[in-house]
Design a protein around this ligand. Structure first.
Ligand SMILES: *[C@@H]1O[C@H](CO)[C@@H](O)[C@H](O)[C@H]1NC(C)=O
Ligand SMILES: *[C@@H]1O[C@H](CO)[C@@H](O)[C@H](O)[C@H]1NC(C)=O
Ligand SMILES: *[C@@H]1O[C@H](CO)[C@@H](O)[C@H](O)[C@H]1NC(C)=O
Ligand SMILES: *[C@@H]1O[C@H](CO)[C@@H](O)[C@H](O)[C@H]1NC(C)=O
Ligand SMILES: [Zn+2]
Length: 620
């Protein structure tokens, strides 16, 4: 079937556009500069081989000695996480019979995202100042988010805290700092007879969903993650329902729309493992809101990410919304467990709140948060209606972008305001407009004069797309002839942010226009601030009332369903193979200089960091 996907091409691993490549991702995640790493690796190679040989020799001797000495000692199992609470159930009580858990993740949504969105909605819909979001009415606490390797977590370590209840290193997909797999709440639920689901707006192979149904040493092993998700997993198939994007990682390399590195056909594997498969809006509609679903089911509605809500709303005939997917999944899982003693576990993610933070795009972000709020409301309605009791817990893995609801634009003392009207005038994201610009510059506008290009961009993108009528020549120039490291999507997002007086933690210099490379290309960081926790009711989720470690959230999810993830950890840790007793199925181990535990220290970056050491590489 011809499927139109005007917005987002699948994102191959080697993608060089506005998305960082793996090397850079690695550099950003580990705090190591790419070039430095390559340099180090060349030198290390020789010594590593010598080291490996010596180690192999030593290990052989050790294995023999240990085998003799400890012949009868069972394999050591990691005990419960030291930072998880020992919950003995209290207020409200936990239902003893059949029950459901709906876990929701607002990726990259910090407290300011909520303030911004609340005020935006009040402005847009002319609501009174006490009109708040559905989420606001269900606030119960906060979560501390640091990982084992950094005070600033990434989504992988963040989701590992939720799935395993354990701290790990940035980039770990349900793997502990010593590179051993840890059992997840979804896996434990599946083994205990619960039905399980994942619903996301990004790739199903991205860090957050991956952490529930896969294990990998690095989040970038998305091909491997996809295979585990459809059942090439030590425990077999653990997910019953998956709805989201990321189709390109499931298609064999030889097929159009693939971004896999090999010819493994995971749609075929999924079919053999019993999955029904849908890949478009018509397929989604045939689910009849969840009434016509037979599990297991795999629904991949985009090659890469599903478009931002601000852009998706005008392409509703192509992509389902997060709210629609949420309602459909809950209905389907509820029907599938109708006659079962166990209920279900589902993880639903508002994945792209994070992307709007990375892109510093406040207009895209408020629409993402509103879409998430609607999905939360739909889940609440479900829980309140359903005859099976259940709990909803919603939290974020981290904040992204260092969003600030005020901004100093000039040297003079700043005004006390920010302007939601500017966000309301924007009808598209910077990402969408950048794609249109690129089409134009390589298509109808290709041979035009610069003056014609400027006029076209000013009218069709800046005025019609952003609602901005006072663009400067410098801004238009920065769109048509982008500076290295400053892609047009950032320029569009910056035009909105400045006019709305919304700030980001790495904003530009003051001045008329400052698109210097250090002002924008690094404006894409996660932030180490505490994030909010919401729940269907503080009575049901009482252990999470107040300030928590993010691992407490994971411990709660398992405790609510009386699941023991350590039992799953034990099963997974029985899969070591080879002389080095490693988990080959989790992908290559990380380099010797990778730190998975303990904080980094200051090593003169402030002084040394220069333009050509920016981490933006040649790919932007
Ligand atoms: C949890 O608390 C109970 C009751 O105080 C105790 O019996 C149990 O040993 C504790 N479990 C762990 C893992 O600390
Ligand atoms: C229900 O789903 C099946 C596939 O499982 C499909 O063939 C059928 O057309 C669907 N029914 C409706 C009414 O869409
Ligand atoms: C909840 O119940 C009401 C009234 O019976 C119904 O209209 C609504 O569709 C139900 N919602 C869900 C999510 O089941
Ligand atoms: C975990 O394993 C232990 C020992 O095999 C068993 O007694 C216990 O019931 C298991 N717990 C769960 C929740 O499966
Ligand atoms: Zn994240």
């Amino acid at each position: 079937m011809a499927r139109e996907e005007p917005l987002l091409a699948p994102r191959p691993s080697s993608d060089g556009s506005s998305i960082r490549n793996e090397e850079e991702e690695f550099a950003l995640l580990t705090g190591e500069r790419t070039a430095q790493r390559a340099e180090k690796q060349r030198g290390w190679k020789f010594w590593r081989e010598i080291g490996l040989f010596a180690w192999a020799l030593l290990a052989t001797v050790l294995v023999i000695v240990l085998a003799v000495v400890y012949q009868h000692k069972p394999a050591e199992i990691h005990g419960p996480s030291h930072d998880s609470k020992n919950i003995t159930w209290g207020p409200g009580g936990k239902p003893t019979g059949k029950r459901n858990v709906i876990f929701m993740v607002s990726d990259g949504m910090g407290p300011t995202s909520l303030s911004l969105t609340r005020s935006f909605r009040q402005y847009k819909e002319d609501l009174p100042i006490d009109d708040i979001l559905v989420l606001d009415q269900h606030y119960i606490g906060t979560s501390r988010t640091r990982s084992s390797s950094s005070l600033v977590t990434d989504s992988a370590a963040g989701a590992t805290a939720f799935s395993c209840g354990r701290k790990s290193y940035n980039s770990a997909i349900s793997v502990t700092p010593d590179h051993a797999p840890c059992g997840t709440v979804l896996e434990a639920a599946a083994l205990a007879g619960y039905k399980t689901g994942l619903v996301v707006t990004t790739r199903l192979t991205d860090a957050t969903p991956a952490c529930f149904a896969a294990h990998a040493n690095l989040r970038s092993y998305e091909d491997l993650i996809a295979a585990q998700e459809v059942g090439e997993h030590p425990l077999g198939r653990v997910v019953d329902l998956m709805l989201g994007g990321g189709r390109c990682h499931f298609l064999p390399k030889s097929q159009q729309g693939s971004c896999r590195g090999d010819d493994h056909d995971l749609i075929d594997v999924a079919g053999k493992n019993g999955f029904g498969y849908i890949d478009d809006r018509a397929g989604f509609d045939s689910l009849k809101g969840g009434d016509n679903v037979s599990l297991p089911l795999l629904g991949l509605f985009a090659g890469g990410d599903i478009p931002y809500e601000i852009d998706r709303r005008t392409q509703n005939e192509i992509y389902p919304s997060l709210e629609e997917m949420t309602r459909t999944a809950l209905k389907a899982l509820s029907k599938a467990t109708e006659n079962s003693e166990q209920g279900f576990f589902i993880m639903i993610e508002g994945s792209r709140i994070d992307h709007a933070g990375h892109g510093n795009d406040p207009a895209a972000q408020v629409h993402e948060v509103l879409a998430y709020d609607k999905a939360f409301a739909a889940a609440l309605e479900f829980v309140e209606n359903d005859s099976t009791p259940g709990v909803i817990v919603s939290t974020s893995d981290h904040e992204t972008g260092g969003l600030a609801a005020a901004r100093q634009l000039h040297k003079s003392y700043p005004e006390y305001l920010w302007l939601p009207s500017v966000l309301d005038k924007a009808s598209h994201s910077g990402e969408y407009l950048a794609a249109r610009l690129s089409e134009y510059l390589s298509g109808s506008g290709k041979d035009g004069k610069d003056s014609a290009k400027r006029d076209w961009v000013r009218k069709n993108l800046v005025k019609d797309g952003l609602g901005i009528t006072d663009s400067s020549d410098a801004e238009i120039e920065a769109l048509i002839h982008p500076e290295p490291g400053v892609g047009p999507s950032y320029v569009f997002a910056d035009m909105i942010s400045r006019r709305a007086q919304v700030g980001w933690s790495t904003h530009g210099h003051s001045g008329i226009l400052s698109l210097g490379t250090d002002s924008l290309h690094l404006a894409n960081s996660n932030i180490g601030v505490d994030v909010n926790i919401y729940a269907s009711s503080p009575k049901d989720a009482w252990p999470l009332v107040g300030n928590n470690e993010n691992t407490d959230v994971g411990a709660f999810l398992a405790d609510y369903l009386d699941l023991d993830v350590n039992n799953v950890t034990k099963l997974l840790q029985d899969t070591k193979t080879g002389l080095f007793q490693s988990y080959d199925w989790m992908g290559d181990r990380l380099g010797l200089n990778f730190h998975s535990e303990g904080l980094d220290t200051y090593h003169g970056d402030f002084r040394k960091r220069s333009e050509d050491d920016c981490g933006c590489g040649a790919t932007h």
